[in-house]
Design a protein around this ligand. Structure first.
Ligand code: 5GP
Length: 202
């Protein structure tokens, strides 16, 4: 059996990554979503162990020092990281795993792991992104401003990703991502074991 792939999914804050991935996971049971750890305060609607593992800075840095994170990065004054254990278990079972992570962590995974598929989601315009962030009402004005500044930096690294999708219409965007995941699976590098199997049983 082939190992599952790692799919790095990035895009600026407010672009709708969570909603896109929720829809994707609902309609595709061949991929799983990695649950990150973070030191950011929990938002009212979020659940421990479902949206994030919420840790203190000491707890987070202890996990890093014990090599329990595949990658981690600081984003707008908080740490975010990908716990390694579920990723290894799922990919060894042949399951594809999506990492919804910011660009710095994304680049670490892309450069350190083999065969990563990377997708960057863009807003239709910067004005739409600004409006979505301002309307979200979960963050203070300062935080929104910090996230908008970071968004500009993040968008400037989009060229480092394999594919760009635009979240103009959510259903179209999800369809585009499904098409990308499927097409990537049929690339020669991902079909090599199958071809070898056919050749070995002629
Ligand atoms: P938020 O606070 O809005 O949930 O997330 C802020 C940013 O952190 C988003 O760009 C999100 O993709 C990113 N992020 C979430 N989990 C991780 C992670 O495990 N590692 C890294 N590097 N970034 C993450």
């Amino acid at each position: 059996m082939d190992k599952g792939r790692l799919i790095v999914f990035s895009g600026p804050s407010g672009v709708g990554k969570d909603t896109i991935l929720k829809k994707l996971i609902e309609s595709d049971d061949t991929v799983k979503l990695s649950i990150s750890a973070t030191t950011r305060p929990k938002r009212e609607y979020e659940e421990e162990g479902k949206d994030y593992y919420f840790l203190s800075e000491d707890e987070f840095l202890k996990k890093v020092s014990e090599n329990k994170m595949l990658e981690y990065a600081k984003y707008c004054s908080n740490y975010y990281g990908t716990p390694i254990e579920p990723i290894e278990r799922w990919t060894n079972e042949g399951v594809d795993v999506i990492l919804e992570i910011e660009v710095e962590g994304g680049q670490k995974v892309i450069s350190q792991q083999k065969g990563v598929l990377s997708i960057f989601v863009m807003p239709p315009s910067f004005a739409v992104l600004k409006r979505r962030l301002e309307e979200r009402k979960t963050d203070s004005e300062d935080i929104v401003l910090g996230r908008l500044n970071r968004a500009k930096e993040e968008i400037s690294t989009a060229y480092k990703y394999d594919y760009i999708v635009v979240n103009d219409d959510i259903d179209n965007c999800v369809d585009d991502i499904k098409a990308i995941i499927k097409a990537d699976k049929l690339k020669y590098k991902n079909m090599k074991n199958f071809i070898d199997g056919v050749m070995a049983n002629d």
